[in-house]
Ligand binder design. Structure first.
Ligand code: V55
Ligand code: FE
Length: 512
């Protein structure tokens, strides 16, 4: 049996906090909604050539769709393990002249390899080193499960709690942790960096880069060829989860919400983030040219950003479109400082800031923003045409909830989507596509029809979980006419574990 902590209060890494149970030695998933039925780990590493296709794939769609998921390898050490603690699994569908081939593969993180060798979980609760088995003390716990990007000829699997892992874009073999050749200080890197379509730069941030809760946020600007051209740091009022952000041509925008992390609390209990409704919500706006010296702080009503859609600067006005919830992300971190609270779903809001306001320090911030709700029903996982990011966009695609069609059973990350939404900002209208009963679309990925096609002229690639069939489809839609239904449906013969963010890499980039 595993060790029993004897001096828990000292909080030595490798020792379990007070009150926790010894880890299971079973190969049985916890009996919780996140580990049952459609959300049970899938763990299938497969190559399936020439998937069945309904309809015809557009012949110009040549390249690879990649998507990251959290597919827990071993029963967790804590039965209430959060979904985002699962091991990174990459789903790839390679498109070639109307054919589609599937490859699924785990990222061989240090953690994955050690646990496979031990045939059990060694790392404990999400980001909490005090809950790990002593045998892995000090070893990087990155699980590369949140997003996958292509930059400077490298395929990188991302997790905000760790550095990226580089993968081979054809075989999905793991090359190792990628620290940008030592140019990035710290142990973390966001899962939501932004590509600047004008310059080809990758604009990124990192929080809790010491590996434990701290109050610094780093901003890294990385050139199209992979050189870090500037890294800067600013302070925030408290340590908290910073999952996504917004970038315009001229500004960085951070929403700082009280899903807080406390280094002392980690020694006492496993949950890394705790919602503290008694703390304020702040917005930091940083000019890209001047840098963090020009930071301006605004106040917000209490809420949390789930994902950003897009933002742009127009003179003294900054417009930020993003999904916010009036609660924290309780489906991930249920315990709050005031007991259990109900989770509120995210809605799309447009915030308009007057940049003549704001304060140099958060303590002096009194100015706020004008807020407008853009879609009546909940949603999340938005995408714009990546060629228009950081400027005013017309089109957006979103996972959403059509109010008039049957609800799909709750997902592992909060409310599931029963529809995909195309929102046109010129008309303000939202068009829905619904994949059928018991089916839930995941994040849409946009692929332009041609490099010089207009904004929105392209395809959407959307994984759809078919809960009644225990498998997935990868649906191809015409982005400007989603209501017409699929152009083609690529049928995956098994269930993938419900995942997060993906990308498209054209053959020209893959060197084909
Ligand atoms: C999220 C996901 C994460 C994470 C923190 O979608 C937040 C929210 C999949 O990993 O580590
Ligand atoms: Fe995300």
């Amino acid at each position: 049996m595993a060790t029993t902590a004897t001096t828990q209060s000292s909080g030595t890494p490798g020792q379990r906090p007070v009150g926790t149970q010894p880890p299971p030695e079973t190969m049985t998933w916890p009996d919780t909604p996140k580990f049952r039925g459609f959300f049970a780990p899938s763990r299938i590493e497969a190559d399936v050539y020439d998937l069945e296709i309904e309809g015809r794939l557009p012949p110009e769609l040549n390249g690879a769709f990649y998507r990251a998921a959290a597919d827990t390898q071993y029963p967790p050490r804590f039965p209430n393990d959060v979904y985002i603690n699962g091991d990174g699994m990459i789903h790839m569908v390679r498109f070639e002249n109307g054919h589609a081939d599937l490859k699924t593969k785990y990222v061989r993180t240090k953690r994955f390899e050690l646990e496979r060798a031990a045939r059990k979980a060694l790392f404990g609760a999400y980001r909490n080193p005090y809950t790990d088995d002593p045998s892995v003390a000090g070893i990087d716990d990155g699980n590369a499960n949140t997003s996958i990007i292509w930059h400077a000829g490298k395929l990188l699997a991302l997790k905000e709690a760790a550095l990226p892992y580089e993968l081979d874009p054809v075989t999905l073999e793991t090359k190792g942790i990628y620290d940008f050749d030592g140019q990035i200080p710290g142990r973390t890197f966001t899962a939501h960096p932004k590509h600047d379509p004008r310059t080809g730069e990758l604009i990124a941030f990192a929080y809790n880069a010491t590996g434990l809760p701290d109050k610094q946020i780093h901003i890294h600007e990385i050139s199209a060829s992979g050189k870090v051209t500037r890294s800067q740091t600013f302070e925030v009022p408290y340590s908290s989860m910073v999952h996504d952000w917004l970038v315009t041509r001229d500004h960085f925008v951070f929403t700082i919400s009280p899903m807080v992390a406390d280094p002392e609390q980690l020694k006492r209990e496993e949950q890394y983030f705790v919602w503290d409704p008694n703390q304020g919500t702040y917005v930091a706006i940083i000019p890209r040219d001047e840098g963090v010296r020009g930071i301006k702080w605004f106040r917000s009503e209490q809420l949390m950003e789930t994902h950003s859609l897009n933002a742009w600067t127009d003179g003294d006005t900054l417009v930020a479109d993003h999904f916010t919830t009036k609660s924290g992300w309780f489906s991930q971190f249920p315990k709050t400082t005031v007991g259990l609270l109900p989770e509120q779903p995210p809605f799309l809001h447009r915030w308009t800031f007057d940049l003549r306001g704001g304060a140099a320090h958060w303590d002096d911030a009194t100015d706020t923003y004008r807020s407008e709700q853009l879609i009546a029903s909940p949603g999340d996982m938005p995408r714009v045409d990546p060629r228009i990011l950081m400027e005013k966009n017309r089109h957006a695609w979103i996972g959403g909830m059509h109010p008039d069609v049957p609800k799909v059973e709750i997902g592992p990350m909060g409310p599931p989507f029963n529809s995909l939404i195309h929102r046109d900002d010129h008309t303000g209208e939202s068009v829905f596509w619904t994949p059928g009963e018991h089916a839930a679309p995941e994040e849409p990925v946009f692929v332009p029809k041609a490099g010089d096609s207009g904004e929105g002229e392209g395809y959407l690639l959307v994984l759809v979980g078919r809960r009644d069939q225990n498998r997935h489809d990868l649906v191809v839609l015409d982005a400007l006419d989603i209501a017409a239904g699929p152009v083609a449906t690529v049928k995956i013969p098994f269930r993938l574990r419900y995942g997060f963010h993906g990308t498209w890499v054209p053959d020209s980039e893959l060197g084909k």
